[in-house]
Design a protein around this ligand. Structure first.
Ligand code: PGA
Length: 254
């Protein structure tokens, strides 16, 4: 049985005080708990510590994620953040391979694979993103495209506890566009991802890995995705920027 995941990716939104305010609001919305749903928020790096303090003070039922990491331990990598630094501010998850990082910052599958390995060495749970652009979807080769990303991104990973590696399938054409994939579209690819994971890691491990859908997920459509066998939650951008809408999505998953 896989616990559902509801993860909010705040992207490059919220100043420090705004992040603290949003986290405080979310803690209030979720004060009665989240059942078996693992709730995660991913604020910008400079806001992590502030949100960690809110989580501690409010005993908030959500965990902290970074949005990116570098795959070296320390050194002359101006502007980058090491896994130990994320650990030191209480981040227990980290998004990697988001399509915005792949697209705007040139992140490759090889980088993503190295990041996953490094995070796992530090006990930080990767939320590894994949997804196809519009032209691939239109050409009908999206399943091959995404499963190829999965093979490259997971190459050589040692997954001993499948609850500690998460995948997010985010079709790029559905991110921030208001254009969602249908629940059947999501299931088609998430099912293929699980099949690929089973080929690589064995069925038992594949059955324990949570696969999220992302791309214009919101309170009014999330339940439809969650009904699908291989969709275990959502990675939410825009709709996670308000405490009430994200809390409504958590409640839909409970
Ligand atoms: P969106 O973003 O929900 O705003 O489409 C999702 C994501 O990119 O993680």
């Amino acid at each position: 049985m896989r616990n559902r995941v509801m993860a909010g990716n705040w992207k490059m939104n919220k100043t420090y005080s705004e992040a603290v305010e949003l986290a405080t609001g979310l803690a209030a919305e979720l004060k009665d708990g989240t059942g078996s749903v693992d709730v995660i928020v991913a604020p910008p790096a400079v806001d992590l510590k502030g949100v960690a303090e809110v989580i501690e003070q409010e005993k908030a039922p959500f965990a902290l994620s970074a949005q990116n990491v570098y795959f070296e331990e320390s050194g002359a990598y101006t502007g980058e953040t090491a896994p130990s630094m994320l650990e030191s501010v209480g981040a227990t998850y980290c998004i990697i391979g988001h399509s915005e990082r792949r697209g705007y910052f040139g992140e490759t599958d090889e980088d993503i694979n190295k990041k996953a390995k490094k995070l796992m060495e530090h006990g930080i749970i990767p939320i590894s993103c994949c997804g196809e652009p519009l032209e691939v979807r239109e050409a009908g080769t999206h399943v091959e495209f995404v499963t190829d990303q999965i093979k490259k991104d997971t190459e050589g990973l040692q997954i001993t506890d499948p609850s500690k590696y998460i995948i997010a399938y985010e079709p790029i054409w559905a991110i921030g566009t208001g254009k969602t994939a249908t629940a059947d579209d999501a299931q088609e690819v998430c099912g293929a991802i699980r099949k690929t994971l089973a080929e690589i890691f064995g069925q038992e491990t594949a059955d324990g890995i949570r696969i999220l859908y992302g791309g214009s997920a919101k309170p009014t459509n999330v339940a439809g995705f969650l009904e699908k066998d291989d969709v275990d939650g959502a990675l939410v951008g825009g709709a996670s920027l308000k405490a009430d809408s994200f809390a409504a999505m958590v409640k839909a998953a409970m």
